[in-house]
Every structure is written in structure tokens, then in C-alpha cells.
Unconditional design. Structure first.
Length: 128
């Protein structure tokens, strides 16, 4: 098993998080060339309007066993996302690694297969 990375690529917007992408109108995420640290004033600005997790993607330190998505084999979220977005028998084209892939827990566990669906993940997607 690969070494598990240290960043969760679908984290809540909070002080110290990294802004890594913007949710586009078509529901996909455009990743920033470099992550940007979120400080207090930036976080307040990002919270104007809809919840920031509906409009942006954030990364922060992986909480591992303190996260509901973690089990003995690692982060279960990316596996569930891959199952939901990629029906059995389909193999999505690997996505290009984003600027945090070197420390991303999903990339550490699944390599480029995780990147294939990552751009479709919205931390707090609109219902319906």
C-alpha cells in the first residue's frame, strides 16, 4: 500500500485551509495552479453568499481516524465517489494531478484513478 498523504482534498472552509479550486457552472472543479491559504479576512469574504463549499474546493490536514470517512484501510470517500460516478465496467480517463497531489490522501491511496473523478467532487453539492 502506498504511503497515505496528509491533505484531505474535500475539506470544509475554515481558517488555515487551502483554497484549491473553483466550482464551475457545469459542476466541475477548475483547480488553481497553486493552493492559497485561507486566513480570517479571506474566509469572511468567501462566506458571503452561498456556503463556500458549494462554490470552492478546499484542502486541509487529513484527520484520519477523527473523520467519519476513515476506516482501517484509509479514506473511504474516494472509493464511494468512484463507485457512484463510474458505473461498473467503465474506466474513467485519469485526470491530471492537481497542485496538492503530492500530499493528497486520495492520490496516495489510488493514484491517478482518484484524480479521474476528483474534479467532479463538490464538498457540499446542491440537492436535486
Amino acid at each position: 500500500m502506498k504511503r497515505v498523504g496528509t491533505l484531505c482534498p474535500s475539506a470544509p472552509a475554515r481558517e488555515g485551509a487551502l483554497l484549491i479550486g473553483v466550482v464551475e457552472a457545469n459542476g466541475s472543479v477548475t483547480f488553481l495552479p497553486q493552493p492559497r491559504a485561507v486566513n480570517g479576512s479571506a474566509l469572511r469574504a468567501l462566506k458571503v453568499g452561498r456556503e463556500p463549499e458549494r462554490r470552492f474546493r478546499f484542502a486541509s490536514k487529513c484527520q484520519r481516524t477523527r473523520c467519519l470517512n476513515w476506516n482501517a484501510s484509509g479514506c473511504t470517500l474516494i472509493g464511494r465517489i468512484q463507485d457512484d460516478l463510474c458505473p461498473e465496467g467503465m474506466n474513467p480517463a485519469p485526470g491530471a494531478p492537481c497542485s496538492i497531489h503530492a500530499s493528497c490522501v486520495w492520490y496516495a491511496q489510488n493514484g491517478l484513478e482518484a484524480c479521474a473523478n476528483c474534479r467532479l467532487v463538490i464538498t457540499k453539492a446542491d440537492a436535486g
